[in-house]
Design a protein around this ligand. Structure first.
Ligand code: SAM
Ligand code: SF4
Ligand code: SF4
Length: 385
């Protein structure tokens, strides 16, 4: 009898083409302060994440495992991608309906050609109250040293950089393309120099792979003005072979940090915020502004669906209402079918009004086979993190 372990990587089942039927557009009222849509759980729409490419120059095993995303993998053709004009058209309607924050993501967003032209077009949008948007971008940092200044000049305000360890060997193993950590650190410096702050650094913690880097990461970023956030490894997508025993609960991350640093809890900045914030404490046990703060994102062990105000627009214009959804709503067909701005806004309003997604809250009560759910959920590289 063989002792070999079962395969950890599950072949991808392509869900990109099947969409939910579009509900009838709700075009009453028009976008105004009094008609901001709430979903069925009373949650407003505030945060739009836009995936600008499904491609990436890394192969993080928790996101785009090499065995699946290999040279034969069929990425979307250029014609399937939303153009910048189409993205701005959709974004404008979302902003009219209450979105205040736009995050560009992917895949690796810095691989999208001329991204700064899109940023410049988004930067001129205004909320119904006349406020500029909070525009940010999540990147693996590989191209950031080269692009930080142009991004800032185009109107990007801040960046979040994903970095899973400081040890070069661990980092190369996690990105799985042998990319050196020094280049990402240079990218973070360039972003700081360009004024793309406050910078956040996200570390996905995988027990047994990079959890021994937690303290080194905290030491490195403490007192730099950069907010380090530890993310629980999630069962997102269907290809990463996720297992609960590889999740290090955030409570344990905090315990490990407290072996070296005194921490005090901080209030959330805003409803819908994903991270629980902790400040480094001074000698009096008060938040030490100079040392800064860290965050933990407990997507698995402590669901935060209750005030989730995020929607995601995939690379090809499908609207997803949850990171764990298996189907989106095809806004691209509306756009390319000549829908008016009013119709587009009406469809978005109707889609949001019927939203009841709360996967993380339900996870614990789902059968184990549904949590592993091979082949049912879309990949994070497609809808964006
Ligand atoms: N390529 C960019 C990057 O890595 O920052 C943007 C896209 S990536 C999908 C967005 C975020 O999702 C990253 O911070 C990444 O670490 C996180 N992520 C991807 N797969 C994850 C998983 N299985 N669990 C937790 N976070 C994950
Ligand atoms: Fe690429 Fe980001 Fe996914 Fe890593 S997490 S494979 S960098 S998209
Ligand atoms: Fe939002 Fe879905 Fe995540 Fe819950 S599981 S916080 S609804 S994206």
């Amino acid at each position: 009898m063989s002792n070999s372990k079962p395969p950890r990587v599950i072949p991808v089942h392509d869900q990109r083409q099947s969409a939910h039927p579009m509900p009838p557009a709700n075009t009453h009222g028009g976008p105004s302060l009094t008609t901001l849509p709430m979903d069925r759980l009373g949650r407003p729409l505030r945060d739009l994440r836009i995936s600008v490419t499904d491609r990436c120059n890394f192969r993080c095993s928790y996101c785009m495992p090499k065995e699946v995303f290999d040279k034969d993998y069929q990425y979307l053709p250029q014609s399937a991608l939303l153009s910048f004009e189409e993205i701005v058209q959709v974004a404008r309607e979302f902003v009219g309906l209450g979105v205040q924050k736009i995050r560009l993501t992917g895949g690796e967003p810095l691989l999208r050609k001329n991204l700064e032209l899109l940023i410049a077009q988004l930067a001129v949008l205004r909320t119904p109250q006349g406020q500029p948007l909070d525009i940010t971008l999540t990147t693996n940092g590989a191209l950031l040293a080269r692009k930080a200044k142009a991004l800032r000049d185009a109107g990007l305000q801040r960046v979040t950089v994903s970095l899973d360890g400081l040890d070069d060997g661990v980092f190369r193993q996690m990105n799985d393309v042998d990319f050196p950590v020094s280049e990402v650190l240079k990218g973070i410096e360039a972003a700081q120099a360009a004024g793309l702050g406050p910078i956040k650094v996200n570390m996905v913690v995988k027990r047994g792979t990079n959890d021994h880097e937690i303290l080194a990461m905290a030491r490195h970023f403490r007192g730099t003005g950069i907010v380090l956030r530890f993310i629980e490894y999630m069962d997102v997508g269907a290809t990463n072979g996720w297992r609960m025993d590889e999740v290090l609960p955030s409570a344990q991350v905090v315990e490990r940090l407290q072996t070296e640093f005194a921490l005090v809890p901080l209030e959330a900045f805003a409803p819908g915020e994903t991270a629980q914030r902790w400040a480094y404490a001074d000698a009096q046990g008060k938040p030490d502004a100079h040392a800064g703060e860290i965050g933990v994102i407990s997507s698995v062990t402590q669901a935060f669906c209750g005030d989730c105000n995020r929607a995601r627009l995939s690379t090809e214009g499908q609207l997803y209402l949850c990171l764990f959804a298996s189907r989106g709503y095809d806004l691209r067909s509306l756009l390319r079918g000549g829908a008016s701005a009013n119709d587009l806004a009406g469809s978005i309003r109707a889609i949001w009004a019927q939203r009841d997604d709360r996967y993380s809250m339900l996870r614990a009560s789902l059968p184990a086979s549904d949590v592993a759910a091979p082949g049912r959920r879309v990949e994070m590289s497609y809808i964006g993190g």
